[in-house]
Design a protein around this ligand. Structure first.
Ligand SMILES: Cc1cc2nc3c(=O)[nH]c(=O)nc-3n(C[C@H](O)[C@H](O)[C@H](O)COP(=O)(O)OP(=O)(O)OC[C@H]3O[C@@H](n4cnc5c(N)ncnc54)[C@H](O)[C@@H]3O)c2cc1C
Length: 503
């Protein structure tokens, strides 16, 4: 039976971490939406284990980072071990973020926290509802949803957002190429209890053994995630290890006397490195694993996807709420793909590189790697570069089409992250997507916030350097800076001008 047509402004397909992040951001901006998922419940697997500093900063604008932190466990350092020697120790204490740690939180818990937050915002995930087909036009589209009892629903949508994972139906429907490679190694993953871990329970360890890599992440006191590469098994799927096989690898590659027990989850995986080139296809977007998949080395997959969602949310909210419309709205939404695709590209390359370095099998190359890493990881600038990348506070949009001029002396440059100042509310908080002005509260600055009241926060914050004005986007990246208020006004005029109405 086919239902009469219903209309929805935003249809989010997939209630994984990325779909739920997008839904919670859009809901706080009061954008009407539906979010569907074909499975009966959220994952019970620990999959993505780390929520990084930048993701927590971005959550702080809406859901609040505290709810994640309360559920998780803080890791403060990463150790690199070759043979029986610790050749590097990188601490996170100096990361310039209120969240100077790696938050260890199994994906099942991350999803629980997100689902609870959605429910507070009045959004219910429609479960066992599957997108089975759709067609898109210039002004929207039609989607077909299958309900659990077999009923088919036709729904007219203004925007269709594919957060439906690596095998995305939205991506297939859009015929968007997902180019890349499957790497020639299998990995085993074990979520186990362990005794005999030689580092503090708050530190990660990467063991570079001549046979391959072994990585140990603390999950909670006494519980760990263990990952190791294995020779490809030649089959269609990588093998799931037994506890004895996990123990055998720990015995060979790990420190003495490490004993695993009580497995929570044992799995095998094979690495794909694939990405779409365009995240936007007219009125459809692809985010998260639907747009990019890569090696879990570096633990960036879920975080990158969530940040795709943060990036789209404020732009789509401005368009759906009519703050920016016509070609200006299109221009705003067109910036999602170049900004996020560049980040996806970097993450893919870095994950491949980390995987290659960790899984070198040539003994000469291994020795060179160990010596080079020992030297480099002893240098403070290298340590900072590694950790700023890992925690994702180094993410920036230097080539964004949204970047305006940099006229102020000092402070962040357009496209760079604006770090949250201690004691101030997060940039971009609240129920309206608005820019934040940093300046001396002169008459000209006040006029600016009044003239662009729908798009700038009323409160002016202290300057970010000695002299000038700085305008931060709702996702806390710098839009532009200037010596005077006119240049900021020109930027906002340009951003919001609907060229159709000015002719
Ligand atoms: C073993 C393993 C370990 C990992 N470790 C890490 C890690 O350490 N760090 C990290 O950052 N990432 C890690 N990842 C990756 C991480 O799990 C993913 O990046 C993350 O889940 C992506 O989130 P997503 O919301 O984009 O997609 P998913 O979590 O895949 O969610 C997609 C959702 O869409 C739904 N769906 C699909 N098709 C349809 C349809 N047609 N209709 C309705 N619903 C649909 C699915 O049911 C699913 O719930 C790991 C993954 C695996 C498998």
């Amino acid at each position: 039976m086919t239902n009469p047509r219903a209309t929805t402004p935003v249809l989010i397909v997939g209630a994984g971490p990325v779909g739920m992040t997008l839904a919670s951001e859009l809901a706080r901006y009061q954008v009407p939406l539906r979010i569907i998922d074909k499975t009966p419940q959220r994952t019970d697997k620990s999959k993505a284990l780390v929520v990084w500093s930048r993701t927590l900063e971005l959550f702080d604008r809406g859901s609040g980072a505290k709810r994640f932190i309360d559920a998780g466990f803080k890791a403060h350092a990463v150790n690199f071990v070759a043979g029986d020697k610790t050749i590097g120790h990188v601490a996170m204490d100096d990361v310039e973020s209120p969240y100077n740690f790696a938050l260890m939180l199994p994906q099942s818990e991350t999803e629980r926290v997100l689902e609870e937050r959605l429910s507070e915002l009045g959004v219910a995930i429609e479960r066992q509802v599957e997108l089975t087909g759709f067609t898109m036009r210039a002004d929207g589209g039609d989607a077909v949803l299958r309900h659990p009892e077999g009923r088919e629903e036709q729904v007219a949508v203004d925007w269709l957002i594919g957060c439906d994972g690596a095998h995305s139906a939205v991506r297939h429907g859009l015929q968007a190429p997902f180019t890349g490679v499957t790497m020639g190694a299998d990995f085993m993953l074990a979520d186990v209890h362990m005794q005999g871990y030689p580092f503090p329970d708050t530190e990660i360890a990467i063991y570079w053994h001549r046979e391959g890599i072994l990585v140990v992440f603390p999950i909670s006191p006494g519980r760990y995630r263990v990952i190791a590469d294995l020779p490809p098994n030649g089959g269609e799927h990588p093998a799931t290890p037994t506890l004895d096989e996990v123990q055998a690898i720990l015995d060979r590659r790990g420190p003495p006397n490490l004993r695993a027990s009580d497995p929570v989850w044992l799995s095998g995986f094979r690495i794909n490195g694939r990405k779409v080139s365009d995240y936007r296809h007219g009125r459809a977007f692809l985010l998260g694993d639907a747009a990019h998949v890569h090696s879990p080395a570096g633990g960036q997959g879920m975080n990158t996807g969530m940040q795709d969602a943060f990036n789209l949310a404020w732009k789509l909210a401005m368009v759906v709420r009519g703050v920016v419309s016509g070609p200006a709205g299109d221009k705003l939404l067109d910036s999602v793909s170049p900004e996020r695709s560049a980040v996806g590209e970097q993450v893919l390359k870095a994950a491949d590189r980390i995987t290659e370095i960790g899984t070198l099998h040539n003994p000469v190359a291994q020795t060179l790697r160990n010596v080079a890493a020992h030297l480099a990881l002893g240098l403070a600038p290298v340590q900072h570069a590694v950790i700023d990348r890992m925690t994702e506070i180094a993410i920036a949009y230097p080539h964004s089409p949204l970047n305006g001029p940099h006229g102020a002396s000092g402070g962040p440059r357009p496209g760079e992250r604006v770090s949250p100042a201690p004691g101030q509310p997060p940039i971009g908080a609240g129920d309206t997507p608005r820019f934040t002005l940093f300046a001396e509260p002169t008459d000209a600055a006040r006029d600016l916030t009044r003239r662009f009241a729908t798009i700038i926060e009323p409160e002016i914050r202290p300057p970010l350097a000695k002299s000038g004005l700085w305008l931060a986007r709702p996702d806390a990246y710098l839009a532009c800076s200037a010596k005077d208020a006119q240049a900021i006004a020109a930027y906002l005029d340009n951003l919001t001008r609907d060229e159709r109405s000015s002719h």
